[in-house]
Design a binder for this molecule. Structure first.
Ligand SMILES: Nc1ncnc2c1ncn2[C@@H]1O[C@H](COP(=O)(O)OP(=O)(O)OP(=O)(O)O)[C@@H](O)[C@H]1O
Length: 282
């Protein structure tokens, strides 16, 4: 191995050694120390090892951003967290429960405690924005239409869409679709909210406004938020904690301020988005 590669490997090993905090016991009040934990998760598709021993304890009631290059497994991580993909090895713990050691029904119930904002908002094209936001309440609760209306209007108003409630997704901008998706993600008062590249397809101004909205909603509703992105500016704006993933592993996790001020060459290169440094293309 050439000296530069050896140095990079050494660096990476040192960073990996500082990854996710060790397990903590559950607190005596019954609340797990972490509402969301990923423990040594491996996942392959055919020969392709996407997650290669990923571990991460997400801080409760904080916004964690997970950053990583394209194709590094960020969306695969989200699918594991919501129980859409089963790990080949390792555990996904939600509220202290192993997602894959509970029944399918329990997993389904657990999913109702998540809000997820997918890249394109994942709205139903055949429903207007009001019905899209009302959908989870109609599906998962027996609330009356009057109560549903109260909640839906409150959520739509928080994201600035109360005037657009009769519009269909195809009739509004990408930014509005994301905001509607956000309103829908929050409608069941979730304790965990996951954002899969909320900034994708948005211009810098709309990205910045969406970040403001994420911060505002988190302040108002609290909860454990995970934002997956490769946009470093968004990460800087919203994060309390930052996780960096590379080659299917968490190579750094810690407070955002410390990460952005880190002298570590790997973390610096990652967060500065520079081509020069221990990270390569392969
Ligand atoms: N169901 C699947 N079957 C086969 N390969 C898959 C599947 N899901 C994901 N992959 C592969 O796993 C890798 C990681 O995908 P993932 O979508 O998680 O990347 P990402 O980090 O979210 O990338 P991006 O930032 O570009 O969205 C990719 O190479 C992808 O092709």
């Amino acid at each position: 191995m050439d000296p530069a590669a050896a140095e990079a490997t050494k660096e990476l090993t040192a960073v990996q050694a500082r990854q996710a905090a060790p397990d903590k016991p559950h607190d005596p009040g019954g609340r797990p120390a972490h509402t969301m934990e990923v423990r040594n998760v491996h996942k392959s598709f055919g020969q392709f090892n996407v997650l290669q021993g990923m571990s991460l304890n997400f801080a409760n009631d904080a916004i964690t951003t997970v950053l990583g290059p394209s194709g590094t497994g960020k969306s695969v991580l989200i699918k594991h967290l919501v129980g859409l993909l089963e790990p080949d090895q390792g555990e996904i713990l939600i509220f202290g429960q192993d997602m894959w050691r509970i029944s399918e029904h329990e997993r389904y119930e657990l999913r109702t405690r998540f809000g997820v904002l997918f890249q394109d908002g994942a709205l139903f094209g055949s429903m207007n924005l009001y019905d899209n936001v009302a959908f989870p309440l109609r599906k998962h609760t027996d609330m009356s239409e009057a109560d549903i209306e109260e909640v839906v209007m409150a959520r739509l108003s928080e994201v600035g869409l109360e005037a657009a409630l009769t519009k269909y997704p195809s009739e509004v901008s990408g930014g509005m679709r994301k905001r509607a998706g956000f309103a829908r993600a929050l409608v069941m008062n979730p304790e965990i909210v996951l954002f899969d590249e909320p900034d994708s397809g948005l211009d810098p101004v709309r990205t910045s406004l969406l970040c403001d909205l994420i911060l505002e909603m988190h302040e108002r509703h609290k909860g454990t938020y995970l934002v997956v992105t490769h946009d470093i500016r968004s990460a800087r704006k919203v994060s309390d904690y930052v996780g960096l993933i590379w080659k299917g592993k968490v190579v750094h996790y810690g407070e955002a301020k410390a990460a952005f001020e880190s002298e570590d060459p790997f973390v610096r290169q990652f967060l500065a988005g520079e081509s020069d440094g221990p990270l390569g293309m392969d």
